[in-house]
Design a protein around this ligand. Structure first.
Ligand SMILES: O=C(CO)[C@H](O)[C@H](O)COP(=O)(O)O
Length: 267
């Protein structure tokens, strides 16, 4: 008989983190791990909250769970602030009341996925293309809970050969992409305009912008300095490094769920 996965077994302090939470359970798919992390995050949601609703295959499980609890009457008076048009559609289909940052400039809790998480809880986000709205909404949140499966945990963000996304204005996008490449040359950077729009054209964000994916060979070192330098380039709107923003990261893995809190998370 397969062993049951025990999502209630949580490790949340450094010493406990090295201890397997359960015997190896049955193999779970990556999507099942994402759902487990998402449901755990929704435990933080209380009636009356203004919620930032994230984007992506992990966040969609959290949005679905919030919709389910509303339908069951276990949550009331929730207002959701979606981080993308896609999430807006999902939330509307579930009957979650929606608003925006103009009406609700302070958000109680945001829940969202991430592409990479380092030991200091710095993140890379935006491989799904919603980094600008995510950063605005999650930056306006009193608490930002990140939900990931364990494949997203890295030693250094941006150094995994996966892309660091940068949102840029469409005007002379090749020029801006080249400026980004030059800026990041010291890290072995290749800068590619993201495709995937209509007829093989550039991918267009919800804000009408483009994305340059920067593939780096080396760790960035001083992330704050790199962040500032990228943001100083004319034509750049925002980048996908979310530094010092996450309050909590919930990591679902084959051995259980780990909760990492800011300031108690590091190595
Ligand atoms: O930043 C994002 C979208 O802009 C997503 O949160 C990130 O890409 C993670 O996605 P997924 O949960 O599908 O792995």
């Amino acid at each position: 008989m397969a062993l049951a996965y025990d999502p209630l077994f949580i490790t949340s302090d450094k010493s406990a983190m090295d201890v397997p939470s359960t015997p190896p359970p049955m193999m779970l798919t990556q999507d099942e791990l994402k759902r487990i992390a998402a449901h755990k995050a929704v435990d933080f949601v209380e009636s009356g909250m203004v919620l930032g609703l994230g984007t992506g295959s992990t966040a969609k499980h959290a949005v679905a769970r919030i919709g389910e609890l509303l339908r069951q009457g276990k949550l009331e008076n929730i207002v959701g602030i979606p981080t993308s048009k896609k999430t807006q559609e999902q939330a509307l289909s579930l009957g979650i009341p929606l608003s925006d940052l103009d009406a609700h400039p302070v958000i109680d809790l945001s829940i969202d996925g991430a592409d990479e998480v380092d030991p200091h809880l710095n993140l890379v986000k935006g491989r799904g293309g919603s980094l600008l709205r995510e950063k605005m909404i999650e930056g306006a949140s009193k608490k930002f809970v990140v939900i990931v499966d364990e494949s997203k945990m890295v030693k250094h963000i941006g150094g995994s050969k996966l892309a660091l996304p940068v949102e840029i204005v469409p005007f002379c996008c090749k020029f801006t992409a080249e400026k980004l490449r030059e800026l990041m040359e010291g890290y072995g950077c290749e800068a590619k305009l993201r495709l995937g729009g209509e007829k093989g054209k550039a991918f267009v964000t919800d804000n009408g912008n483009y994305i340059v994916d920067m593939y780096l060979e080396k760790d960035m070192g001083d992330l704050g300095a790199v962040s500032d330098a990228i943001l100083r380039l004319p034509g750049v709107v925002e980048h996908g490094m979310f530094l010092d923003m996450a309050s909590t990261v919930i990591v679902a893995g084959e051995l259980g769920v780990k909760i990492k809190n800011k300031h108690s998370s590091c190595c």
